[in-house]
Design a protein. Structure first.
Length: 253
């Protein structure tokens, strides 16, 4: 149950084991990436594993509960921690957080296979990810723990957006400058080319405010938006082309 909950909101998670993560090999379970717990006497072995990771082109994940002068069994002294960090610096390896390197590590398996094709006077890159977006009645449905989606059959339709994302210079939107403003309980979008979009609104801290489908048919589109005064960012992803455009707007009530 806990693993399902973690998997619903995270792209990877760690377990506890001696890691042997090769650059070109995907883990068998992205929700159980091995990481090594270090303790008061682990400095020398950690240095050896750092150097081995450098030599063998591998990742080395370390887990520390604390850095303290009186460490418990899962902690290190400041001196031993510094010894390990100095060894990593001397080896010239990349030292970063679990999430930063993890995102890079997982993304490369997809991105290394992506192909760029000419699109107008630019290029378009497409790739497939292992997710779907299911939208019904203007709302994105949540993925259930058993990887299913619950839809309401009394509503006449729902939309499934497969995990194909396209990046391009946005040339298809340049002929129509896009603007957004919110007032009177509505978000008004001008200059949006006709088509079906996924509209996402977040506040400036990145928190999700609204997500829904939008069908643009004319020079101006309106959607309900009843948030208080403030600055927000709207992202519009065109379903047919995958072209994405983001801009900020001020909500005034």
């Amino acid at each position: 149950t806990a693993k399902n909950g973690i998997s619903a909101e995270n792209f990877m998670a760690r377990g506890c084991a001696n890691p042997t993560l090769n650059w070109g090999s995907q883990p068998s379970d992205w929700m159980n990436i091995p990481g090594e717990i270090l303790g008061p006497t682990s400095a020398s072995s950690a240095v050896s594993r750092i150097n081995a990771a450098k030599t063998n082109n591998r990742w080395y994940i370390t887990i520390l509960h604390d850095v303290a002068e009186s460490p418990d069994q899962y902690s290190m002294t400041p001196a031993n921690n510094l010894t390990m960090l100095n060894a990593a610096v001397s080896a010239g390896v990349w030292i970063d957080t679990y999430s930063a390197i993890g995102a890079y590590y997982r993304a490369h398996f997809t991105m290394d296979t992506a192909q760029a094709v000419v699109s107008g006077n630019g290029k378009k890159v497409q790739w497939v990810v292992d997710t779907l977006m299911v939208v019904q009645d203007g709302k994105t449905l949540s993925l259930q723990p058993d990887t299913s989606y619950i839809v309401d059959f009394m509503k006449p339709e729902f939309m499934v957006f497969h995990g194909v994302t396209a990046l391009s210079p946005g040339l298809r939107m340049r002929h129509a400058p896009l603007s957004a403003r919110a007032s009177g309980g509505f978000l008004q979008l001008k200059g949006l080319p006709p088509g079906l979009y996924i509209l996402t609104v977040r506040d400036l801290k990145g928190a999700l405010v609204q997500q829904r489908s939008l069908r643009a048919t004319g020079s101006e589109s309106r959607v309900k938006f009843d948030r208080d005064n403030g600055m927000f960012q709207v992202t519009l992803r065109q379903h047919a082309t995958g072209v994405t455009r983001s801009l900020r707007f001020l909500a005034v009530r």
